[in-house]
Ligand binder design. Structure first.
Ligand code: KIV
Length: 286
């Protein structure tokens, strides 16, 4: 494999081609420094609008502005070289009509350098997905539990745990695949339903709380690192960084209060040839 190939950034068609193949690995990223750490290990970096809740203290993703997504996406693109960067279109930036969606999505693509956008919604968004895809904007769809719809759906609870719910989600998945989405996120869906959808459509399914039956998996980085105060059942914490941060901060505070930090190791001494002056200053205090 040539070095040139190694350095190439993944594209939406690369992800699309992984249907049924090697599982697709994706994580959210909101900053340049975390993007840099994650980039070598994942296929896709999602600048998710979950950043509104995780980073900015909003209760839901609904208030997130387009400008905030653009700023975080620019940082993630600057911090990565390999993975496909996908940016969430926030609530209110694409639902009105396909041309409005194109205007905002093209801004995201041009101003950030990302390779694709994500929009929530199934059947009702199919026309928009087709409009964007046919005009040079790759779209990842997001169906199942769709957080931007919280004010109409009422809760973040899992979907499809009753067979009577399946038809609607299967219709959503088929509609977005037929409209040209290159992949679809399935959020908080019952395992059996995720397995059926994954078999029924010819684009990769990326699960978040939708079982190992999907073609790939995504998690919110801060959740899997143990930085989030509350996480859904489907999150496995691969680290406990929240506890590490608290421990480090407690140790720092204790050493500052005890005048132990900064010790000599972290202090600039005078140059050797100025040693006399130093000695005198220490003795006289002036
Ligand atoms: O915003 C986000 O982080 C997402 C993931 C949960 C898929 O949409």
């Amino acid at each position: 494999m040539s070095q040139e190939f190694d350095l190439k950034r993944m594209t939406a068609p690369d992800i699309r081609a992984r249907k049924g193949g090697e599982p697709i690995v994706a994580l959210t990223a909101y900053h340049a420094h975390t993007a840099r750490l994650i980039d070598p290990h994942v296929d896709m970096l999602l600048v998710g609008d979950s950043l509104g809740m995780v980073m900015h203290g909003y209760e839901t993703t609904v208030p997130v502005p387009l400008e905030l997504m653009i700023m975080h996406a620019q940082a993630v693109v600057r911090g990565s070289t390999r993975a496909l960067v996908v940016v969430d279109m926030p609530f209110g930036s694409y639902e009105e009509s396909p041309p409005v969606a194109f205007r905002n999505a093209s801004r995201v693509i041009k101003e950030t350098g990302c390779g694709a956008v994500k929009i929530e919604g199934g059947l009702q968004m199919a026309e928009t997905i087709r409009y964007l895809s046919e005009r040079g904007i790759p779209v990842m769809s997001h169906i199942g539990m769709t957080p931007q719809a919280i004010n109409t759906i009422g809760s973040f609870s899992p979907r499809g745990r009753r067979r009577s719910e399946w038809a609607a989600f299967e219709a959503d998945a088929k509609a977005v695949a037929e409209a040209g989405a290159f992949a679809v996120v399935l959020e908080a869906l019952a395992e059996l339903l995720a397995a059926r959808i994954t078999k029924q459509i010819d684009i990769p399914t990326i699960g978040i709380g939708a079982s190992v039956e999907c073609d790939g998996q995504i998690l919110v980085l801060e959740d899997m690192l143990g930085l989030s105060p509350r996480v859904p059942k489907f999150v496995k914490e691969y680290a406990k960084l929240g506890a590490s941060i608290e421990g480090a901060v407690e140790a720092f505070a204790g050493e500052v209060r005890a005048r132990k930090f900064p010790s000599a190791e972290y202090t600039y001494p005078m140059y050797e040839d100025d040693a006399e002056v130093t000695k005198k200053t220490k003795m006289t205090g002036s």
